[in-house]
Design a protein around this ligand. Structure first.
Ligand code: NAD
Ligand code: UDX
Length: 430
């Protein structure tokens, strides 16, 4: 099939590449020229394991091209995926102006039956708005369908998530569109849920809000564990083996970040408010998430006392491992507060430092964890990168001014680290 993907960000680039891997001919469009020029030269604008190889392979086979020309991409395509950003407005509501702009562009270009698929995360009812927008802009009375196909990939494991999904959700209003969408995903051999457009749109917000709720729940449990001397990892193990609960998304830490959970939660709360339903449960989930960062600062103060003038080494800046994405990373709140109180911050992240430089000023960026630890009053861990698990802690201890580790990601065995002579604090454990 000939497919156009509009928006070559995390979702568009991964989806477009994976759709070409399935054998489709894909034209990936972005309005940012610099991004497309890089992609044409084989430079991948984001860090995503496995993406570069897959892009190169499919470009070579002539199944994947990049351009800034929506007109060229949509002409001759039988399916167009909208993968543009839907950022939060100051009040939490999703900004749908990018989606509207693309819908308007498609309307002016289409010349035959077309399936327009929304993959961006949007409020319920957006499919209907896209349909209306297209009707308003195009004059030739050409038949078309609007489909909702929410995306569930996670950054860091995006290729695998796309190619081996738990399920594919397709919201359609016609059998014709359903047949086209089943053909798009035929080679995945995945479980496909076919439903109506509105239900598909709600499935996405309901999933992200539920997962965020699970994380806030375990973080609340972590706080109870700290107050009682229990161990949250043991509690999570005991809970997770109940198949009705499941093991995943029960890792206590610094609260959820990233480009999706915080924004989608706010959007879902706003949608509910607008519908006249007070989804107060989700407001509490947000509150617990904010508190988790504040409690971490409190932990640091319990050990280093005054922050002013202290050197704090930070390991990990990205919102989670295996990505360079800094959007809503806990490090932004935590480092921001430490700097506000006068700390001197040194930091290291395996891949996110370039993006971090656009956010933090006055930080000393280091080449590795050891340079970070040198001369610090405390070392704090904000992202659980694999390489931090195997650090030479004896060396770290010698390099630190005071042997203190405050671990926001529960990376080490408390007893072992304490035996080595560290003062060690983690989340929800003694
Ligand atoms: P992103 O900001 O990384 O990428 C969006 C891209 O769209 C940008 O490159 C932007 O330049 C481009 N764009 C905007 N308007 C355009 C236009 N008119 N023509 C061409 N290109 C245009 O965003 P993202 O993280 O890929 O997210 C996209 C959508 O997918 C959002 O709704 C998001 O909520 C959802 N989503 C994201 C993830 C994730 O892990 N990042 C996962 C699932 C769903
Ligand atoms: C999320 C959704 O999982 C994905 O389905 C959606 O399409 C996009 O948003 P992503 O933001 O890439 O994906 O990362 P995810 O692995 O879900 O983690 C989100 C945040 O939750 C991270 O900050 C992570 O550190 C945190 N988290 C996750 C926890 O604190 N504990 C957990 O047990 C799991």
């Amino acid at each position: 099939m000939k497919i156009a993907v509009i928006g070559a960000g995390y979702v568009g680039l991964v989806s477009g590449t994976c759709l070409s891997e399935l054998g489709h001919t894909v034209n990936c469009v972005d309005q940012v020229k610099e991004k497309i020029n890089k992609l044409k030269k084989g430079i991948i604008p984001i860090y995503e394991p496995g993406l570069e190889d897959l892009i190169k392979k499919n470009v070579k086979k002539g199944r994947l091209i990049f351009s800034t020309n929506t007109k060229e991409a949509v002409k001759g395509a039988s399916v167009v995926f909208i993968c543009v950003n839907t950022p939060p407005k100051p009040g939490g509501e999703a900004d749908l102006t990018y989606v509207e702009a693309v819908a308007g562009e498609i309307a002016k270009i289409m010349s035959g039956y077309l399936v327009i698929v929304d993959k961006s995360t949007v409020p319920v009812g957006t499919g209907e708005w896209i349909r209306r927008t297209i009707k308003n802009y195009h004059r030739k009375n050409i038949d078309f369908d609007v489909v909702s196909n929410p995306e569930f990939l996670r950054e860091g494991s995006a290729i695998n998530d796309f190619l081996k999904p738990d399920r594919v959700v397709i919201g359609v209003e016609s059998k014709r569109a359903e047949a086209v969408m089943l053909e798009v995903y035929r080679k995945l051999k995945a479980r496909v849920i076919v439903t109506d457009v509105k239900s598909a749109e709600i499935i996405k917000h309901a999933c992200n809000s539920f997962l965020a709720t699970k994380i806030s729940y375990i973080n609340a449990i972590a706080n109870i564990c700290e107050l009682t001397g229990a161990d949250v990892s043991e509690v999570a193990r005991g809970m997770g083996l109940d198949e009705r609960i499941g093991k995943k998304f029960l890792k206590a830490g610094l609260g959820f970040g990233g480009s999706c959970f915080p924004k989608d939660l706010s959007a879902f709360i706003t949608i509910s408010d607008n519908l006249g339903y007070d989804f107060s449960l989700l407001k509490e989930v947000q509150k617990i998430n904010r508190l988790q960062r504040e409690l971490f600062i409190k932990k640091i103060k319990e050990i280093v006392w005054n922050i002013k003038g202290k050197s704090i080494g930070v390991l990990g800046l990205a919102f989670k491992p295996d990505t360079d994405d800094m959007r809503n990373a806990p490090s932004i709140d935590i480092i921001g507060q430490l700097q506000k109180e006068g700390a001197l911050v040194k930091a290291y992240d395996p891949v996110a430092m370039e993006k971090a430089k656009e956010i933090f000023k006055g930080i000393k960026y280091c080449k590795n964890p050891y340079e970070t630890a040198r001369g610090c009053d405390a070392l704090i861990i904000l992202t659980e990168w694999e390489e931090f698990k195997s650090l030479d802690l004896k060396r770290i201890k010698k390099l630190l001014k005071i042997p203190v580790i405050i671990d926001g990601r529960n990376m080490y065995e408390p007893e072992k680290v304490r035996k080595m002579g560290f003062t060690y604090k983690s989340i929800g454990r003694k």
